[in-house]
Every structure is written in C-alpha cells, then in structure tokens.
Ligand binder design. Structure first.
Ligand SMILES: Cc1cc2nc3c(=O)[nH]c(=O)nc-3n(C[C@H](O)[C@H](O)[C@H](O)COP(=O)(O)OP(=O)(O)OC[C@H]3O[C@@H](n4cnc5c(N)ncnc54)[C@H](O)[C@@H]3O)c2cc1C
Length: 397
C-alpha cells in the first residue's frame, strides 16, 4: 500500500524546519529517523511515491544489518521476510567458485525502503512523497536554507536550519545550489536492473549468483517473495553492441553456462547514471551530503546500502548541532567523520572494481577460489561484521 504524505506542501512552507532531508533512500530515512526521535522537526522529501523500485542487487551485508541493529531496527529485516544469504556462486572465464557468506540477507528495495520510511514517520518525521526538491543558492549569511518544492503543479518554498542531500547517485541538489563539483570516472560502467517473476529453479533462495564477464558483471538473487532480482554493472559500449541491457545479461548468462531467464531482453530493464561519483566537498553552508549523493564506487562488493545507513546515522549528531548553531567548522568535521567512517572501505571497493577490469586477474582469482574456497575468508570477513570502530557518537543535544 502506498505510504501517504503526512503534510501538504503549502502547510510545510508555513514553518521553519530543523532539518529538511531530500531523498528517502536508506541514507535519508536513517538520518530522518535518528533526528526525529531525538526531537528535531524533520521534513523528509522524495520525488517518488513509496514503495518504489530501484536498480539494486538487494543484498544487505553484515555491516548494513549491524547499522540497523545499532539504532533498534534489528528486527526490521526478518519481519519483512528478508532471505538469509549463505554463499556466493561466482563464475568467471569458465570457472565457478563457491564462496561461503555469513550474515547477509536479500530483501527487495520496495519493501526495505518503505519499511525505513515508515520507521522515520513513526519517530515523528513529516513526509512529502512525489515532490521534487531543489536547493536555492545561499546569498550572504542566513539563519536558514531555502528548498524549493514542486508537487505536480503546486509549488512552495520551505525554510530549514539544515538540509541533508540524500538524493542518490544522480542527485544534483548540492551541485546546482553550491557549485559543488561532481565528477564521474572516465569509462565508468552503468547500472541496470530488473525483477523477474519465477525464473529457473537453478537460482535457489539464499545464494547470490554472480557472473564476471566480458563487458561487466551480473548478480542474481531471490527476493522475499521468490521473484528473481537481476542487477548489473556494464560497459556502455558493450550494452550498445549487445542491443540493450537484457541482451547483455543474456550474453553474460551464456558465457557462464547458466540457465537464461525467459524473455529476459523483453523485461522492463531500468538503468542508472555512471556508477562512480566523486564530489568535491561533503558539506556546504548548512548542508551535509550523505549516501550515494556523497560519492559512489561500482557496486561489486554490495555495500552501498551499508555506507548509506552508516552515513545517515553518523551525520545526525552534527546536523543536530547545526540546528542549534551553524558553524563552518561543522562542515569540516563532517568531511573528517565521513573519511574516517567510509574512506578505507570505499578504497577497498575501488581496488576490487579496478581488479575486475582485468580478465586475467579475475580468471586467476576465481580459479584459485574454485580450488580453495577458504582463500575467500579475508573478503568474507571484510564484508562481515567488524566490531568496535566506535566513531558514532550519541545524539544528545
Ligand atoms: C547495479 C547496482 C547494484 C547494487 N547492489 C547493491 C547491493 O546488493 N547491496 C548494497 O548495499 N548496495 C547496492 N547498490 C547500491 C545501492 O543501491 C545504493 O548505494 C543505495 O541505494 C544508496 O542509498 P541512498 O539513500 O544514498 O540513495 P537512493 O537509495 O538512491 O535514494 C535517493 C532518493 O532520492 C530521491 N531523489 C533524488 N533527487 C531528488 C529530488 N531532486 N527531489 C526529491 N527526491 C529526490 C530519489 O527518488 C531516491 O528515492 C547497488 C547499486 C547498483 C546501481
């Protein structure tokens, strides 16, 4: 069932909000819930209506689950029927490796993101779906930032002491208002995804099927309702050569010798912008960037949601301070916290993404894993829960 708006846009424009959050994905909803449950007046805005579909592998690793547990949402996944994941079936260059995996789950983005929106609303956040937001340029010193809203033909302006840009991979909020330069890496892959009803029984519940091949990689996983989720990172010229993402996925399945999904090329595939995003700054005047909006690397290690949840949680204490009193030092603090929280994890992901571009390296790795799956232990350990980084402080003010 669609989650309704909790406020009209004209009504929203009649008050000053502590925090306006643009984007109700994992980053925005986590921050909205954290701030609302600590008494801040939060307005959460998204251009989509929820539940909404999104191109994604739909796998949450142990870090993501730990982030949810840390804020009292530990039972959310199992209540929504998430499927525990026990291993990855990895194919490359004629070899197949079985890599054991502990601590992850699969859950559709429709269900996961809607559950997070509901959690934010239960904590007291106000919600404006189907509303496109843009940030006004800040002219001089002001106590607030102004966000322009458009909902169908209605327009309004809302004032916020702090704005969180959680507008995802293609988000332009910070770039348009603050000239915060965004860049993609030349030659970056694009994302593509679709969900299929049924599909071959070969793709069993609880396992990730991953193919690394010519032109990109493809992941398949069963969702809570047994639909088969397909998500891929593909080289754009190769997609054009194949005649679209569905045909490219068929090529990858054929390369691995795995069963194809009926009518794969005819399914309604959706794409994403380039799968890299580098931002010049992670904060601006009364503005913090979180989630994919703050930077993104190819999704092979399946961590984007864990990063988004971690950033959404970590930004809350700084945003709460900024509500009371904005100081440019808070922007510098967010740069430092962000680097400490995600810098090394994103660097590892960058190295893995680069390694995937080498067919020779990929073939060697999969061949070694096929012979000795225990060699994957450092990677599965890395993707699993690590304890005690402790850089997230409590929201006490
Ligand atoms: C092919 C692929 C596979 C992936 N697989 C995985 C995986 O298995 N596991 C994993 O953890 N991660 C995976 N990811 C990454 C993951 O999908 C993202 O990292 C995650 O969704 C980021 O969350 P977010 O909250 O930052 O942004 P999003 O979830 O993208 O949410 C941003 C929201 O902002 C809204 N929005 C944008 N602009 C505006 C505007 N102007 N006004 C109002 N609303 C706006 C959008 O509608 C959207 O709802 C994958 C990504 C891709 C592309």
């Amino acid at each position: 069932m669609t989650i309704p708006a909790t406020i009209e846009i004209q009504e929203a424009s009649r008050r000053t909000w502590d925090v306006v959050i643009v984007g109700a994905g994992p980053a925005g909803t986590m921050a909205a819930r954290e701030l609302a449950r600590h008494g801040r007046a939060v307005l959460l805005i998204d251009r989509a209506s929820f539940p909404r579909w999104k191109v994604c592998g739909c796998c949450l690793n142990a870090h993501a689950l730990a982030a949810l547990k840390a804020v009292g949402l530990g039972s959310l996944m199992m209540h929504r029927g998430a499927v525990p994941l026990t291993g990855i079936h990895l194919a490359a260059a004629g070899y197949v490796a079985e890599v054991p995996l502990g601590g992850g789950v699969s859950l559709s983005r429709e269900v996961f993101d809607a559950a997070l929106v509901e959690a934010a609303l239960s904590a007291g956040a106000a919600f404006l779906p189907q509303t496109v937001a843009s940030l006004e340029r800040q002219l001089g010193i002001s106590e607030v930032r102004i966000v322009d809203l458009q909902q169908g033909t209605s327009r309004a302006r809302v004032a916020a002491r702090v704005v969180l840009a959680a507008d995802g991979l293609g988000g332009k909020l910070a770039a348009r208002a603050d000239g915060n330069a965004m860049a993609t890496v030349p030659g970056a892959r694009i994302g593509a995804g679709v969900t299929a009803a049924g599909g071959p029984a070969f793709y069993v519940r609880g396992r990730i099927f991953m193919i690394c091949g010519r032109g990109g990689y493809l992941g398949l996983v069963r969702l809570e309702d047994d639909r088969l989720n397909l998500a891929a990172a593909l080289d754009p010229p190769w997609v054009r050569l194949c005649g679209g993402p569905g045909r490219a996925a068929e090529e990858l399945l054929a390369e691995a010798g795995w069963p194809t999904v009926p009518n794969l090329a005819e399914l309604p595939w959706r794409g994403t912008p380039a799968l890299t995003r580098q931002v010049q700054r992670h904060a601006g005047d009364r503005l913090f960037l979180i989630g994919d909006a703050a930077g993104y690397i190819e999704p092979f290690t399946g961590e984007g949601m864990a990063w988004a949840l971690a950033a959404g949680r970590a930004v809350a204490p700084l945003a709460a301070q900024a509500v009371q009193h904005w100081h440019p030092q808070l922007a510098r603090q967010w740069e430092a916290v962000y680097r400490r929280l995600l810098g090394s994890r994103q660097q590892i992901c960058r190295i893995v993404a680069a390694a995937l571009r080498s067919p020779w390296l990929m073939r060697t790795v999969v061949r070694l894993l096929a012979l000795a799956p225990a060699l994957a232990t450092p990677m599965t350990h890395y993707l699993g829960e690590r304890k005690g980084k402790g850089i997230i402080t409590n929201l006490t003010q």
